[in-house]
Ligand binder design. Structure first.
Ligand code: CDP
Length: 784
């Protein structure tokens, strides 16, 4: 029987199945979980950035009606739980015992019959603090007389965390010695916050009779968290079940283990009742995984004709009070080593230093692959300034130095092997679509009339899909993912994933991959994830690794199922297996296409009429260890107009050309790019977590931490090129983060381009009107 209906596999704009429940308000988030006898937890946080704790008096809070228990670090210490490991092999206080090290740090927790009582009782806890000098910059942190933040570490006499180097220093020094021109840039990629719509939280339920711990948790990586919990608490892993239900955005913020998860679990264990903890917005903004905060110095060596010959970078990372960066353990500053971007740069040297400060820990992969955002920003800003110094057009300078398509796979000077790319193709399309030549003419005219009009480009290269087990791990766990596929007798299927959707539409796109491979319609494939008892092991969703790793596992498991299905089909068609061919859900006899069986008929036979000696059933599992990372890329072109009187700038055009290889669902890809371009705009224009000299966090609510809304967000014009990844089973690369990585430099380059006639060469993000105005005034006064 032939399939008549078109299979809505790869390349189809299938509507997101998730949206049906989301837009009806029928999603199940952690806060929707309500268990019988459930208690509620609230956390007392430090008002000081740096202070000794002289004592904590919990007696009044304990006596408050409705309060069941008050937990302090001292109590946790009795169970060896006062400190926990971070994702960067550091330790972090669960509840402070000796000192508080950032404003908002967890000091004590109240467990009560209802959430309001728990919050009210926090005010009854008396903490005797002795304030110390707070350190709010990494520069100050590294001064010899700076107070030591991590006095908990035996023998620690400074705030230095690490030095890390990559590339070839000698070759780079030589390139600089021989350069015709050296272009330098100092810039700070500011601390910002992923700010997911849903804050973090959990419901911990440890059954006193069975010892089974079930924890509903806002986690992007439930399997990895379960392993960490087992190791930290010494619980048997099979007794821990982490369930990540619907997640209201993660963006890297929901990768780390937070003290709240640990305290709620410990409280449930001690009290024998379920405990719920849900953060409020301010708690989320001031205490959970921040992103970025890199002070960067970059230098580019060039020949007079514009050929780039060397890149030298030194950076200082502000890591906060505990080093908790989420990144592979071999890479102290994540994948920042990809700082040469899309360019054929023969000599690169990067030196990085990390310092403790009195700020919340973090350094999470906020919609980026482990610090590649900072790297991409630096090189794209440097290239623009280099073009000005050489008197070249920024597009021309890029074109001259791109890695050409015939050089792939390309080994970069820092050892990354780029899988595929056509950078000039993406640039050319962006220039054509924005009408670059015409815009430059208009810019001349605008300038003649005294208007500040600017055009900015960014030709970014991403690096996603961590990763091959020899190099990529989180706390030693190889960054691989599994997929499990079962086809039921009626030909419907269930796909179980180790990755965890937080809004990316995995339930739709991963079903499309199976549809493509097996010819079963996506609506007949249920996708399950987020339950460690019922899904295969894997490292979870962040750093745009789902499609490159788990998407590959899905294609491979479907192929494994197809192989068995072909054997059953041969039996049904009474021919040898070699005589069976498969096309879009139909197995037929080679040369006799009328003799055929659909995948649904074969599925039924797998349970009813299979060959003698064959194991019945139609299912498989596949764990994928990628042979390499994938390297999505693109060019973003932005046009802006700046008001010299106020410093306000308005985006006139945004053209985005993205290449993420084969697109599984173009509609979802476009949604991802829209989100990323908006986040990139927010960071370039308005988002900033900063601190005053006392270490108070400025940016603790959405009135101070400005996220772009539909009102400010520009209109985006999207285009694509398609350069498949040669090693990925379906040729797909990731896309979830590309636009957040690539676009900030394009927005900033556009504003700097507008201010070029005034001599302005740099303004640090976010480009608030005040900062732009000040830069204009400084330039007018003779500086830049
Ligand atoms: O890891 P995360 O899901 O955040 O990022 P991703 O792998 O880049 O995927 C984001 C969404 O875009 C997923 O639903 C993917 O399946 C989809 N996607 C796609 O349809 N085609 C691609 N080539 C890449 C991603």
């Amino acid at each position: 029987m032939a399939q008549t209906e078109e299979i809505r596999g790869i390349g189809h704009r299938v509507r997101r199945v998730e949206d049906d429940r989301f837009i009806r308000g029928k999603g199940t988030y952690v806060d929707d979980v309500k268990l019988p006898g459930m208690l509620h937890m609230a956390i007392l946080r430090s008002p000081y950035a740096h202070a000794i704790i002289r004592g904590i008096d919990t007696s009044r809070a304990e006596a408050h009606p409705g309060v069941v228990a008050v937990v302090t670090g001292e109590l946790l210490a009795q169970h060896n739980l006062a400190w926990m490991p971070t994702l960067s092999y550091d330790t972090q206080a669960v509840l402070a015992t000796d000192k508080v090290r950032f404003q908002g740090q967890e000091v004590a927790a109240v467990i009560a019959e209802d959430p309001y009582t728990a919050k009210d009782a926090l005010e009854l806890i008396e903490v005797d603090y002795e304030p110390l000098e707070p350190i709010v910059t990494p520069q100050r942190a590294l001064e010899p007389d700076a107070p030591v933040i991590r006095t908990d570490k035996e023998g620690k006499t400074d705030n230095h965390i690490y030095d890390w180097e990559t590339g070839d220093k000698e070759a780079t020094d030589r390139a600089f010695a021989e350069a015709d021109r050296i272009v330098a840039l100092d810039t700070h990629y500011p601390r910002c916050h992923p700010a997911p719509l849903e804050t973090c939280g959990c419901v911990a339920d440890v059954n006193p009779a069975t010892g089974q711990a079930t924890i509903w948790m806002t986690s992007q990586a439930p399997h990895a968290i379960r392993t960490v919990f087992a190791l930290v608490a010494g619980l048997p892993e099979e007794k821990i079940r982490i369930i990540s239900p619907d997640i209201g955005g993660g963006f890297g913020n929901k990768v780390p283990v937070y003290p709240g998860y640990v305290v709620a679990t410990a409280a449930s264990l001690l009290l024998g009742r379920p405990v719920k903890w849900i953060e409020d917005r301010t708690e989320n903004l001031i205490s959970t995984g921040f992103a970025r905060d890199f002070h960067m110095h970059g230098e580019l060596a060039l020949k007079a004709d514009g050929t780039m010959t060397g890149l030298r970078v030194s950076l200082l990372a502000d890591e906060g009070a505990f080093h908790a960066d989420a990144q592979p353990s071999k890479f102290k500053v994540g994948l920042f080593g990809i700082v040469s971007g899309s360019y054929d740069l023969p000599a690169v040297h990067v030196k990085a230093t990390g310092a403790y400060t009195n700020k919340a820990p973090g350094g999470v992969a906020y919609r980026c692959s482990f610090r590649v955002t900072e790297a991409s920003f630096l090189i794209e800003r440097l290239v623009q300034n280099a073009a000005y110094e050489l008197g070249m057009d920024p597009a021309e300078l890029r074109r001259k130095n791109f890695i050409p398509p015939d050089r792939f796979p390309y080994r970069s000077a820092t050892g990354f092997v780029y899988d595929s790319g056509d950078y000039e193709g993406a640039l050319n399309l962006a220039l054509e679509k924005i009408g670059y030549a015409e815009l430059r003419r208009e810019q001349e005219e605008a300038r003649a009339q005294g208007k500040l009009y600017g055009i900015g480009l960014a030709s970014f290269t991403e690096v996603v899909g961590a990763g091959p087990h020899k190099q990529y791990d989180i706390l030693g766990l190889a960054m691989n993912d599994g997929a499990e596929l079962r086809v039921h007798p009626t030909g419907k299927a269930i796909l179980k994933l180790s990755v965890q959707t937080q809004g990316q539409g995995h339930e739709t796109t991963f079903a499309q991959i199976v549809a493509e491979e097996l010819g079963i319609q996506p609506e007949d494939i249920k996708v399950m994830h987020g339950d460690t008892d019922n899904t295969p092991y894997g490292l979870g969703t962040y750093a745009s690794r789902s499609t490159p790793v788990s998407g590959a596992a899905t294609a491979m498991v479907a192929r494994r199922v197809r192989e068995k299905a072909a054997r059953i089909a041969a039996h049904l068609l009474e021919v040898a297996e070699e005589d069976v061919e498969f096309h879009r859900g139909v197995f037929s006899v080679k040369g006799a296409p009328d003799r055929s069986k659909t995948i649904q008929e074969v599925a039924l036979a797998a349970y009813t009429n299979f060959p003698d000696g064959m194991e019945p059933g139609l299912e498989a599992v596949y764990y994928y260890d990628p042979p390499n990372l994938t390297f999505p890329f693109g060019t973003y072109a932005v046009a802006v107009e700046v008001d010299a009187e106020t410093g306000e700038w308005e985006v006139r055009r945004v053209v985005a050309v993205d290449d993420c290889g084969v697109r599984i669902n173009p509609m979802i890809v476009e949604g991802q790019i829209h989100g990323g371009l908006t986040e990139g705009f927010g960071i370039a224009a308005m988002e900033l977590i900063t601190f005053d000299e006392d270490g108070n966090c400025i940016g603790a609510n959405f009135a101070d931490y400005l996220l772009p809304t539909a009102w400010e967000t520009p209109r985006f014009e999207l285009y694509e090129t398609v350069t498949p990844s040669p090693h990925h089973p379906i040729g797909a690369k990731g896309v979830g983060e590309s636009a957040t990585v690539g676009s900030p430099a394009a927005y900033v380059n556009a504003v700097i381009d507008a201010l070029r006639p005034l001599g302005v060469t740099n303004i640090d993000m976010p480009l608030t009107p005040a900062r732009v105005w000040e830069a204009i005034q400084a330039a007018k006064a003779g500086g830049s």
